[in-house]
Design a protein around this ligand. Sequence first.
Ligand SMILES: [Zn+2]
Length: 231
Amino acid sequence: MSLLKHFNQNRHHVTNPKGKQKARDFIKQTFQDLGLITWSEEFKPDFPEYATGVNIVGMLPGTLAGSPNDRLFLIGSHYDTVRTTSHGVDDNGSGVVAMLQVARQIATDFSKCTRSFSILFVAFDFEEWEECSNTTLNPRCACGTIDCGSRAFVANLTRFYNGSLKSNGKLQGVNHIGHRDELQQHSPLADSATISRQVFPDIFHQIKADEFRGNFLSVVWATSGRCNSTG
Ligand SMILES: [Zn+2]
């Protein structure tokens, strides 16, 4: 529902800046409605004269938030699209909606479950990049190297160490929601899927045994009435 309603149009700073802003607003509002500590991080992409990048962050503090023992876990997906897409549902509206649903589950359905560590949900801007030297094809190109947004976020992570966010947490894990980027893109070919070994070792081995085919949809849940999650 969210996917079709809120991530059904181009989200590129040149071809549909209003659509991009609308997506930003929706993500931010959703984080706030879920009670997350929410902020935006503006950054300069490769050509800042054409656009300011905006990563949107929602934080769910654990009981150790603000202490040196906190270990941050980051769940992210990118909300921008390429210039030429008509809707950007597959890449990567699907991933953003999945991230928002995970946030909803953890923040509301399991709000009584105590967690030691803080979780960051991050909607990245400018994952998509273009050939900026080709000004005919890509006028006002802003990001000429892949992942301008997530690199800017990592460069800014010192905020967690210097105490300005009242957390000295170190990053313990990252999960980028997508199937090699796009959650819904199906591929029966070997080596078409990527998955992090650290997050779900059992599932990793199953997919490895299937030669990393992108023929699955991953689902994460917690057993009803229990606070420890299973995969
Ligand atoms: Zn993408």
